[in-house]
Design a binder for this molecule. Structure first.
Ligand code: FEO
Length: 617
């Protein structure tokens, strides 16, 4: 008995549902079934859009016969040749011998690969933007290669502004009486399955999906009729917005998806503790056992969440089998733009962490955190600090508004949070000058190239620095670029005393000078730039010098030290005071001000930073 649904007055859904299918495409479990959509337009000509899977073709043939009501079928538009949409093609040619098959050249080749009947005599080849008039309706064909297969095209009914979208905008799950997405609570009950469908079926082809979305954005669309799932006639832009995110590989939500593979529960234990610490930090978490949850669900979750943690035991000297399959699936589906952390376990030779990092490291824009936790058999109390550190490192990469407990409110339009300035990335340099016989230098982070032709840079120098005055008087300076090996003593040597009353080069053990006669620092630096001032600008506390570069040479291949690197690796960590005193510590140089209250106008005597850069001890 037929079972059809009206889409519009002359368009009818003639597809069918399958709830007995265990694995869609042999790999994706579909516990809620799947629909195979086909649409029949009864205009002056009759047009069928695609067919169905062989499992449901009997019902499908009954549906067509009912809707046609004795009319002949004029056209079958084949938008996608994958057999779940083309299995009934041969049956249709025998039932409707006058039927023309409308498809593109690539589709024709695929029809011939899958079938062995005369097609050339009944084929009508179309290409990009070709149209077919059926009476009241004009159908326009738009190519959508790799929105799942290379032959895919979509069809635009310019009369009713309906996009027949092939695999795009589809969803797993049988239609349970409802045809339109607005008849159900799609966001609550179906969005997860729509994401699982997208990420697993076309997730790999984000670029091609974006190309289709771009074409679709140029035409008015009142309705979308996909080959699986619901028809969209309301809130279309909401679903399109999801497609824009997914095709960009942009996360939908800030939070951490933790997937683990554990043989005897010890790796799972570490993952559980990490999740607990993350929740303590106000971070959303979801967890999957890769040996239990189908990979398609974890891939889908990876497309949803911003951060991914993989915890795996080592197995046969590699990644545990289910985790290896998951990592392979994720890389095959082109996962990108995520922050990742890794936990490995191995009773004698842990390799899984390194291998996971290596595989994910090949994906685009994956930020793999340095904190890998390596467990020997089972987590020990001594490693809880490592879990805490990983949770904190992950949390540090979240925007404040995504952390529970923070206000989450948009900052006021005129808010200026001084801590934001520490997010800027700077290098660190020794700025040197010479006036008469006096050599001097100071630490700066403000040198920056501004033009290449002429080769020119700027440096902003605090007027309180003796080096500032020397540059004003002489118009020349050198910049020694500090490398990561720079010890704290160099910062003490040039940053924590004044050249007015000391010789900063005394006892340094080197005498190097650039061609301009000004000293530079030849150790723990990777390059030197000599410059001549062309202009200077007064900015209150600082002078901005604009200078032409007169000489520049490389000293080593060592990475340059950044401001952040200095804080993380060079600046000594504050020591706990033997007896607790009240006071404030300078975040820049570590100077300690003892007292109950820090004066608002206090200036650090060592590094010259103000009270805003002090924090309570
Ligand atoms: Fe449902 Fe790519 O086919």
């Amino acid at each position: 008995m037929h079972c059809t649904k009206k889409v519009t007055s002359d368009l009818t859904w003639v597809g069918a549902n399958d709830r007995r299918l265990a694995m869609f495409e042999g790999v994706y479990s579909v516990l809620d079934g799947v629909s195979y959509n086909s649409y029949l337009l009864c205009d002056e000509k009759t047009v069928l859009f695609d067919t169905v899977d062989k499992a449901v073709q009997q019902r499908f043939l009954e549906n067509i016969a009912e809707v046609l009501g004795g009319r002949k079928l004029d056209y079958l538009v084949v938008q996608h040749m994958e057999p779940d949409h083309s299995a009934a093609l041969w049956h249709l040619t025998t039932r409707y011998p006058e039927m023309q098959i409308v498809c593109n050249a690539k589709t024709l080749a695929f029809i011939k690969q899958f079938n062995d009947f005369d097609i050339d005599s009944r084929v009508h080849i179309v290409k990009e933007n070709d149209t077919l008039n059926t009476g009241q309706h004009t159908l326009q064909f738009i190519m959508a290669p790799m929105v799942h297969w290379p032959e895919v095209m979509v069809t635009y009914d310019a009369t009713d502004k309906i996009l027949f979208s092939a695999d795009a905008f589809g969803c797993f799950g049988a239609l349970n009486g409802a045809l339109f997405a607005d008849e159900v609570d799609f966001a609550k009950d179906y969005m997860d399955e729509a994401r699982r469908y997208y990420s697993n079926i076309v997730g790999k082809y984000g670029t091609q999906v974006k190309a289709l979305l771009k074409k679709a954005s140029a035409i008015p669309i009142n309705m979308i009729c996909p080959l699986h799932g619901f028809v969209w006639r309301k809130n279309i832009s909401d679903f399109v917005a999801k497609y824009l995110l997914w095709s960009d590989y942009a996360p939908e939500e800030y939070g951490v998806m933790i997937a683990y593979a554990s043989v005897y529960g010890n790796t799972e234990n570490a993952a559980e503790i990490l999740a607990s610490r993350l929740r303590d930090n106000g971070i959303k978490t979801v967890m999957f056992d890769a040996s239990v949850t189908p990979a398609s669900e974890i891939v889908s979750a990876a497309f949803k969440w911003s951060h991914l943690v993989f915890a795996s035991t080592t197995y046969n000297a590699g990644i545990f089998v289910t985790m290896e399959a998951l990592i392979h699936d994720l890389t095959a589906h082109n996962i990108q733009n995520r922050t990742v952390a890794v936990i490995e376990n191995g009773s004698w030779a842990a390799t899984s962490g390194g291998l996971i990092r290596e595989k994910l490291g090949k994906c685009r824009n994956i930020n793999i955190l340095e904190n890998t936790i390596s467990i020997k058999s089972a987590l020990k109390t001594s490693q809880l600090a490592e879990i805490e550190a990983m949770a904190d490192a992950i949390t540090a990469t979240f925007p404040q508004a995504a952390v529970a407990g923070s206000s989450g409110a948009a900052p006021a339009a005129n808010a200026v949070e001084s801590a934001t300035m520490f997010k800027l990335s700077y290098g660190l340099f020794v700025l040197t000058a010479k006036e008469g016989e006096k050599d001097n230098g100071c630490i700066t982070n403000t040198a920056a190239q501004i033009t290449t032709s002429p080769l020119r840079l700027t440096v902003a120098v605090n007027k309180a620095n003796f080096t500032h005055d020397m540059i004003v008087h002489t118009g020349e300076f050198n910049i020694s670029i500090l490398a990561e090996s720079a010890p704290f003593r160099i910062f003490q040597q040039f940053g924590f005393c004044s050249g007015r009353d000391s010789d900063k080069f005394a006892d340094c053990g080197y005498t190097a000078r650039a061609a301009n006669g000004i000293r530079y620092v030849p150790e723990h630096t990777n390059g030197v730039i000599a410059a001549k001032v062309t202009e200077s600008f007064d900015y209150g506390t600082h002078t901005l010098f604009v200078a032409d570069i007169t000489q520049a040479f490389v000293l080593s291949g060592e990475p340059s030290a950044t401001y952040q690197y200095y804080f993380n690796h060079i600046k000594p960590k504050p020591q706990a005071p033997k007896e607790q005193k009240k006071g404030f510590v300078c975040k820049i140089c570590g100077y300690v001000y003892e007292g109950d209250a820090l004066p608002g106008d206090f200036i650090c005597p060592l590094c010259k930073h103000g009270a805003e850069d002090f924090e309570p001890m």
